[in-house]
Design a protein around this ligand. Structure first.
Ligand code: ADP
Length: 444
């Protein structure tokens, strides 16, 4: 029998007793009223006692009682006890999380919806120069590097932003934001000083070695030319050897030039100007047509005449590399289409060929340095695998991106997408330059 049924039965029996006694004595009404009064006072007493117990937190042992009230006390007491246990567990987890983030070698800052600091670990205080009193302050007011503010505003946190430490300019930090929960973000700053130093050393080393190799290469080439002039064709061995020497020095020259160009694109900021892309493409296509000795091989379609802001050397290198690849990796009797057109939010330069194509698995890797696809071809295609790395870096500097679509055996389309915000009003005229020559204009 349930507790409520028992309670009702006892009340019913009481009333029955009052009815019998009242009927026998003739005092039914006063006895009935007295019973109602007693029951009411008893319930008011129980409610008051319960309210006082709850007000005190309901955690201490509940008062001795019986019936429904004992049941109510018991359930509330159990709920409170479970809640206490859960709270204890949760605060232990929070403590552990705090301890682990405190021990992190990276700076960690929890940001609210308005970029305000909600919590920061000890490393954040040290490397970002934050103070405990900065809690609640907006972080852009404390870390004022424009690139950091731009990154925070952009909402695109796929990559980290590199900034110096606000307290130590010798320290380089890679700052990354991770979004979680409703509007909350975790900012992580890692000390990458050593990594950046090593990267700089690698770049300097490649640049220095490549630069130093230019003089001996020029001397070697000079002697090879002299030997070629002196060769009277009597010795086949000599003719073949000189030919081999020339091919290999040309290859080495190409490698050195590409490495120097890549280093420059990675490290130096060139002059941004308004580039007449249609004129630049016309010129590159003409030079390439002359080189392949076939005026019909390249078709240039200029659907727009817009100019874009950028560095001439970077754009020239990117476009020439794409065109030279298309010519290299497609049969001589097929056409290569070069287009300049506007599409949605971009202005696009595309080079399309009907050549051997690239397998889907290779597409993401072709722009890596020295990555070449091993294909058995009828004729050997010269190359060192730096062309598309140059294209990628050149475009990155212009806020443009490279899109590759290709199908094996059918052909490829390489397109450079420039944001329309980069469209500019023409001012400059394109002067033919040799990209590598122009690298050393400032040398002397
Ligand atoms: P390289 O041409 O000197 O080998 P790149 O970096 O320019 O170096 O190109 C990397 C690789 O991508 C090439 O070896 C080639 O296999 C592939 N590739 C580039 N452009 C094309 C193209 N238009 N069609 C087919 N394959 C291409």
């Amino acid at each position: 029998m349930g507790i409520w049924q028992k309670e009702l039965i006892s009340v019913f029996l009481l009333f029955l007793l009052v009815a019998i006694v009242g009927g026998l004595t003739g005092l039914f009404l006063p006895l009935f009223l007295l019973l109602v009064l007693v029951v009411l006072v008893q319930q008011i007493f129980q409610i008051t006692r319960f309210e006082r117990w709850i007000r005190q937190g309901g955690r201490s042992q509940y008062p001795k009682t019986s019936g429904v009230w004992e049941e109510i006390y018991y359930h509330v007491y159990r709920i409170k006890k479970n809640e206490k246990r859960r709270k204890k567990k949760l605060s232990k987890v929070i403590d552990q999380f705090r301890q682990s983030t405190e021990a992190l070698p990276d700076a960690a800052v929890v940001l609210g919806a308005n970029d305000e600091i909600e919590w920061a670990n000890k490393t954040a205080l040290k490397v970002l120069g934050l103070k405990p009193s900065d809690k609640g302050q907006r972080i852009p007011n404390l870390i004022r590097f424009p690139e950091f503010i731009r990154y925070l505003k952009s909402g695109n946190y796929e990559e980290a932003v590199i900034v110096p430490s606000p307290v130590n300019s010798q320290m380089t930090l890679a700052v990354r934001v991770v979004s979680y929960g409703a509007g909350l973000r975790l900012l992580l700053a890692q000390d990458v000083t050593q990594l950046k130093k090593m990267e700089r050393m690698r770049k300097d080393f490649v640049a220095n070695v490549s630069h130093e190799l230019r003089t001996p290469l020029t001397v070697l080439k000079g002697y090879i030319e002299t030997l070629q002039d002196m060769d009277d064709g009597e010795s086949q061995l000599l003719t073949n050897s000189v030919q081999q020497m020339q091919t290999q020095t040309d290859r080495m020259q190409h490698l050195v030039d590409d490495l120097l160009l890549l280093t420059r694109l990675e490290t130096q900021q060139g002059k941004t100007q308004c580039i007449d892309v249609p004129a630049l493409l016309t010129q590159i296509c003409k030079e390439s047509s002359d080189m392949v000795g076939n005026a019909d091989r390249i078709e240039l379609i200029l659907a727009t005449q817009v100019h874009v802001a950028g560095e001439e050397l970077a754009l020239r290198s990117a476009f020439s590399n794409l065109l030279s690849n298309a010519l290299k990796y497609s049969p001589d009797d097929t056409k290569v289409k070069v287009r300049w057109y506007q599409s949605g939010e971009s202005v696009v330069m595309s080079v399309e060929d009907k050549g051997e194509g690239i397998a889907a698995a290779d597409i993401p890797r072709v722009s890596e340095r020295f990555y070449r696809i091993e294909v058995r071809r009828s004729k050997k295609v010269p190359g060192i695998g730096l062309g598309l790395a140059i294209v990628k870096h050149a475009l990155m500097r212009q806020d443009a991106r490279l899109v590759i679509t290709s199908e094996l055996g059918k052909g490829s389309c390489f397109s450079c997408h420039f944001p329309i915000a980069q469209i500019c009003t023409p001012k400059t005229k394109i002067i033919p330059t040799d990209p590598v020559q122009s690298l050393f204009l400032n040398d002397h």
